[in-house]
Design a protein around this ligand. Structure first.
Ligand code: FES
Ligand SMILES: [Fe+2]
Length: 335
């Protein structure tokens, strides 16, 4: 069960899966690494994440509804599941509470923080650690703008794009890569630095000895943070490449800053971010094979250091996931 997470190198990780504002009173269905998930809120507004497959006959719980008791009711035979997946009622089959608990739905650890709903990709209600929620999303007074769209791409291609700086003067020559493009000469050289961090790595670059203004951070497994130094100001761009299935990725963007938060200026800046995203989209969607192949199968150069570091991590993790899921008694997929 739930092989999708391992197949996508995506088992045992926290990822945002939805924006808080998307999950209202009705159940909210999503696909994460080919696995069906349903989110719903109980009467207290607390979010639960369940496998969107009723333990009784496998239908989508998301086709059901949340009742007055805050339980999610399956549309087929009306079994009701409380927050956290416990089976609260099975119509026409009275039974003692202890027995009914054997009919629980599969739940996942879930958190709602920073305007996002985070899910841990291993069934259960406990996770070994907390999600890496960017501080700025919870910072009082910060202007935060959240946005999501779906690309026809494998999440690993999208993720590499986010960690790749040498594409800036090409894909973004009219926007954020304009400066680099103007300075670039036929014999220019870009030097990349990649520093491991406890949560991934940080990469910065220089061209012909002139360092970049910002740096990129990879936040394992699927997050990117763009740090743009502005004196006495805070500005961050966060991006998550959320696997839907092998051919689709949900790109979730959080743009946060502690200045220019008023309209219409804020709206203009925020929309500029989506323009940059569109510039990347067409290129990334054209990648073949859809999933990043092992490093030896494509030609790489010195400026690919950051993306290669990600690719090595991914290839290794996938291999380990495959080994462990083929062993029937694999203890866990934890790294
Ligand atoms: S399939 Fe869900 S209650 Fe029967
Ligand atoms: Fe880009």
């Amino acid at each position: 069960m739930l092989e999708g997470f391992a197949d996508e190198g995506f088992a045992d990780v926290w990822t945002p899966v939805a924006m808080s504002r998307e999950v209202g009173k009705a159940p909210y269905a999503l696909t994460l690494a080919s696995e069906r998930i349903v989110l719903f809120r109980d009467n207290a507004g607390r979010v639960s994440a369940l496998h969107d497959q009723c333990p009784h006959r496998g239908v989508k719980l998301s086709l059901g509804k949340v009742g007055k008791d805050g339980c999610l009711e399956c549309p087929f035979h009306g079994w009701r599941f409380a927050s956290g997946g416990a089976c609260a009622h099975i119509p026409l089959n009275p039974m003692p509470e202890e027995k009914r608990q054997r009919f629980a739905a599969t739940a996942f650890p879930v958190r709602e923080r920073g305007g996002l709903i985070w899910l841990y990709t291993r069934p259960g209600t406990e996770a070994p650690e907390e999600p890496l929620v960017p501080e700025v999303l919870e910072q009082e007074g910060a202007h935060v703008w959240l946005y999501a769209e779906t690309w026809n791409a494998h999440w690993t291609r999208a993720m590499e794009n986010m960690l790749d700086s040498p594409h800036l003067p090409f894909v973004h020559k009219g926007t954020i890569g304009g400066g680099l493009r103007r300075r670039m000469k036929p014999d220019s050289r870009m030097e990349m630095e990649v520093h491991p961090t406890p949560t991934g790595f940080r990469t910065s670059w220089s061209m012909d000895g002139q360092p970049s203004d910002g740096s990129l951070e990879w936040l394992r497994p699927n997050g990117m943070a763009l740090h743009i130094p502005i004196p006495k100001r805070l500005m961050r761009l966060h991006m998550w490449c959320i696997p839907v299935d092998a051919n689709h990725t949900r790109m979730m963007l959080a743009s946060a800053r502690d200045f220019l938060g008023f309209q219409p200026v804020a709206g203009l800046i925020d929309r500029f971010n989506t323009r940059i995203l569109r510039e990347d989209q067409a290129v990334v969607e054209s990648s073949h094979p859809v999933e990043v192949p092992p490093a030896s199968e494509e030609r790489s150069v010195a400026t690919d250091r950051a993306t290669l570091a990600f690719r090595r991590w991914y290839t290794e993790r996938k291999k380990r996931g495959e080994r462990e899921t083929t062993r029937p008694e694999a203890p866990s997929l934890a790294s």
